[in-house]
Design a binder for this molecule. Structure first.
Ligand SMILES: Cc1ncc(COP(=O)(O)O)c(C=O)c1O
Length: 409
């Protein structure tokens, strides 16, 4: 019998038959034309990549450690990298009691999200997510059959009353949630930061209802204004917070390198899961990154990223003021860090439909409805300001403004 769709579909798992291609990746294909100015991706600026430093580090490291860089490594991760990451975390936070049993090196955060899904979710389990939330996280959890309950995101984090109301309803009906997935700092997609008060409240509520918290923190170190806030991990004495960290936005996404900090029992299980996923994260990438950190280069790199992205973010906000129609009910977040901001139009405007007008004007955003765990809203879109250069930001927002003016006139 030759290969055909029907035959193929009859063999695949229920989980994969319900999987859809990422809307963002599909839309990104449309925006690949050179004439389009895209605010749709979430890429760091390539000028931030430390190409010259890495050239030297790769050459010297290969001479010194070639036999381990090109060999399989331990699932837990390279010891030097783990030590450096733990020390850095303890130096920068109030947490002082971590050791090697609290950390697992992963092939970036997306892998961590998948492994967390595998660790906690049985089909039809309930989890809670911010509405909107990171699409890659939602897709990872959906693949394990999670039922997602969304909590509305406000300018300072989730709506706490709604969170408690929804939890009450769930627990009163004899059910429970496995975890709450949150991106407290400069959230993807909305760019908002959870206030200290709400962070404390989230920990308190998790304790009361007894669920785990997945704290996804890829943007935490990219703060452009105001004071840093503590990680949820720091505020939780119970060990229910699992912290996900990545080098992708502060160094290079192409190395696919991240780490998880959590209670040793959690790490232990995740190690077993990772063994079946990829055995280990590429030792090559771990060793050159440890060398990069040991040479003291990371802090300077992050500072330069902050300066560049702050400038681009302010430029985008100024361009919104200049080119978006006034008094027509358009609102946008004003992020203090991260790579994204979130634009909301009047409720009768569907940004999926508007996308085709926007593309015709050679500019692109990501439609907001893709980012909801449940009950999508259709009047928002996400804008990235880290990748487009300054002149493209000005011109692209101008083009977007023209479409919005026409639509809202
Ligand atoms: C909130 C969030 N989590 C995780 C990831 C995945 O990042 P990576 O796998 O590159 O570490 C991203 C990427 O954009 C993200 O925005």
């Amino acid at each position: 019998m030759s290969f055909n769709d029907e035959m193929f579909e009859s063999h695949i798992s229920i989980a994969s038959s319900t999987m859809k291609r990422s809307v963002i990746r599909e839309l990104l294909k449309l925006v690949e034309k050179p004439e389009i100015i895209s605010f749709a991706g979430g890429l760091p600026a390539p000028t931030t990549f430390p190409v010259d430093e890495l050239k030297d580090i790769v050459t010297t490291s290969l001479s010194k450690y070639g036999n381990i860089m090109l060999q399989y490594g331990s699932t837990e991760g390279d010891s030097r990298l783990k030590r450096l990451l733990l020390k850095r975390f303890m130096d920068k936070t109030s947490v002082k009691n971590l050791n090697e049993n609290n950390i697992l090196v992963v092939s970036a955060s997306q892998q961590a999200l998948d492994m967390v899904g595998k660790l906690f979710i049985d089909r039809d389990d309930l989890i809670m997510v911010e509405n909107p939330s990171y699409l890659g996280g939602l897709s990872a959890f959906r693949a394990y059959g999670a039922k997602m309950i969304g909590v509305d995101l406000e300018d300072d984090g989730i709506n706490i009353e709604q969170f408690e109301e929804k939890l009450n309803k769930i627990y009163n009906s004899g059910k429970k949630i496995k975890f709450f997935y949150t991106i407290p700092d400069f959230q993807n997609p909305a760019g908002v930061c959870t206030s200290l008060e709400k962070r404390r409240k989230i920990i308190e509520i998790a304790d009361k209802y007894d669920f785990m918290i997945i704290e996804d923190a890829p943007y935490k170190e990219l703060r452009y204004e105001k004071e840093d806030l503590p990680y949820l991990y720091e505020l939780d004495p119970s060990g229910r917070v699992i912290g996900l960290f990545t080098f992708s936005k502060i160094y290079c996404p192409g190395l696919r390198l991240g780490w998880i900090i959590a209670h040793p029992k959690v790490i232990d299980k995740l190690v077993i899961i990772k063994q079946a996923v990829d055995l280990c994260t590429a030792p090559f990438n771990q060793i050159i990154t440890a060398e990069y950190m040991e040479r003291g280069l990371l802090e300077g790199r992050i500072q330069k990223n902050i300066e560049l992205y702050r400038k681009r973010k302010n430029l985008m906000l100024n361009a919104f003021e200049k080119y978006f129609p006034n008094g027509k009910g358009i609102k946008w977040t004003k992020p203090e860090g991260g790579l994204f901001l979130w634009v909301s139009l009047p409720e009768n405007i569907n940004t999926e439909e508007l996308f085709f007008d926007v593309i015709k004007n050679n500019v692109a955003y990501v439609i907001g409805s893709a980012f909801y765990g449940d009950e999508p809203k259709y009047n928002s879109f996400r804008m990235n300001f880290s990748y487009p250069t300054e002149d493209k930001i000005e011109e692209g927002v101008k083009r977007l403004g023209e479409v919005l003016k026409k639509k809202l006139s």
